[in-house]
Design a protein around this ligand. Structure first.
Ligand code: SAM
Ligand code: SF4
Length: 436
């Protein structure tokens, strides 16, 4: 039996790519092992979105070298695409370098490896086909991811994704719905639709569906109780998406809408293609619905040219929107991106200071928002049990973590349970099962 070990970094797209890579390897007769020592083939699915991602990858590859007696090593994902064949120069013990746009050829590439080819590459981003495989090894027994669109056609000034994941390519609505039905038949009840920009989804088949139509249809697949989606680009986030959430109860009460900055000047520098006012219009649509939609976002501080006034505008936006959660990052220079050419780069310590200010502000907002749930009853999908605290771990439709106790003795894993919220912290809620 051929064995493999895989390590994955980065976003949900990467995590789901790895599930499909694992499925493909198992289909090719490999079996998965839990440590590098046991494996014949080591795969490393990498992320290059921020920081010194490349250095971290080479450091880890150096550690892999220790296990390298006769083993094959493959680097996958964004660092593979970004660094390409240079990886072989810096880490000569690597045998395969493959970006995500070439995963369709993984089967052939494995054959090349097995037949003794020392250096195998898959680095073309010139593809029209998404990585559509029937063989996916899903990590969670309750929630399944479906990639609906790959790549990105935007050109945000700070972002490496268009270079590492190639141009946009959407799957047909028919293939997405087929996968959704299979997922439901396999017992999953929650689906998360994935893409760098799900809103620019365009069905390549004659049906020609847009994202709102696909979202609604996935929410109507029998057996599916929850549908989430990420990530939305504000420019392409149209009112029809909010209308679909408003009428279809199976679409979760949560939208992740990355704003990046509250200053229209910085948004223009970032080439985000919307102003603060245009972004706020989308927030207003969501706040006007009957559903209580939780909103989360991504923030970058310290983009070149960001003044204290611009930072103030971001803090003011956080307060105005009252986000339920945010991911916040210090701007980090990425290869090939147009922001490299900008002037007024902000010193690292100043970025760190600004990040702390943003995070402190958001902590207060989250504390306040979560307090408002105390006394309400929320439906949770139960995802785990914490033996140490005796609490079940649930997630609400609004994507809030809700830890709760149950007076009953039933195994609640995978079920939907009504929970009365009794306490709230900035990052989670706590409560007790409403009726047993
Ligand atoms: N496609 C999504 C969008 O447009 O919002 C997000 C893609 S990216 C994987 C996730 C987040 O990483 C971005 O929203 C942004 O906040 C952050 N990010 C991307 N490039 C960055 C950089 N060079 N420095 C700091 N943060 C960055
Ligand atoms: Fe990167 Fe912008 Fe594309 Fe998102 S939309 S992946 S931030 S280029």
């Amino acid at each position: 039996m051929k064995t493999f070990y895989i390590e994955t970094f980065g976003c949900q797209m990467n995590a789901h790519d790895s599930e499909k890579v694992i499925g493909t390897l198992i289909g090719e007769g490999y079996s998965r092992v839990e440590t590098p020592e046991e494996a014949e083939l080591l795969l490393y699915n990498t992320c290059s979105i921020r920081d010194k991602a490349e250095q971290k990858v080479f450091h880890r590859l150096q550690q892999f070298k220790r296990h390298n007696q006769g083993k094959k090593i493959a680097v996958l994902g964004c660092v593979a695409q970004q660094e390409g064949e240079k990886i072989f120069d810096k880490a000569p013990h690597v045998n395969m370098v493959c970006g995500s746009a070439s995963y369709n050829k993984l089967g052939e590439m494995l054959v090349q490896l097995e037949t003794g080819n020392r250096r195998v590459t898959g680095l073309s981003v010139d593809t029209k086909d998404p990585f559509d495989t029937p063989l996916t090894r899903r990590d969670s027994p309750y929630r399944a991811w479906i990639t609906i669109i790959e790549g990105c056609d935007k050109a945000c000034a700070y972002c490496v994704v268009p270079f590492t994941r190639g141009p946009e390519r959407s799957r047909t609505s028919e293939s997405v719905l087929r996968e959704a039905r299979e997922i439901a038949a396999a017992g999953f009840t929650e689906i998360q639709l994935l893409g760098q920009n799900v809103n620019s989804y365009r069905d390549p088949s004659e049906a020609g569906w847009d994202f709102a139509k696909l979202l609604d249809a996935v929410g109507r697949v029998p057996g599916i109780r929850r549908v989430r989606f990420t990530t939305s680009h504000p420019r392409d986030f149209v009112k029809e998406i909010v209308d679909a959430i408003d009428i279809n109860e199976n679409l979760c009460n949560h939208v992740h809408l990355p704003v990046q900055s509250g200053s229209s000047k910085i948004l223009a520098g970032m080439q985000r293609l919307y102003t603060r006012d245009e972004y706020m219009r989308r927030i207003d649509w969501m706040k006007a619905t009957r559903r209580h939609i939780a909103i989360s976002t991504d923030i970058i501080v310290g983009f070149p040219g960001e003044t204290l006034e611009d930072l103030e505008a971001t803090l003011d936006l956080l307060e105005q929107v009252e986000y339920d959660s945010i991911f916040s990052f210090k701007y980090s220079q990425r290869p090939n991106t147009s922001a490299l050419k900008l002037e007024d780069h902000i010193p690292e310590e100043e970025k760190t200071r600004r990040l702390a200010i943003v995070q402190e502000k958001q902590r207060e907002i989250q504390m306040r928002r979560n307090q408002a749930y105390v006394g309400t009853t929320e439906e949770c999908l139960v995802e785990g049990f914490n033996k140490a605290t005796g609490q079940w771990i649930g997630r609400t439709s609004q994507n809030k973590l809700l830890n709760f106790i149950s007076a009953g003795s039933a195994d609640l894993l995978g079920s939907y349970v009504d929970v009365r919220v009794t306490r709230a912290g900035p990052n989670s809620l706590a409560g007790e099962q409403a009726s047993v």
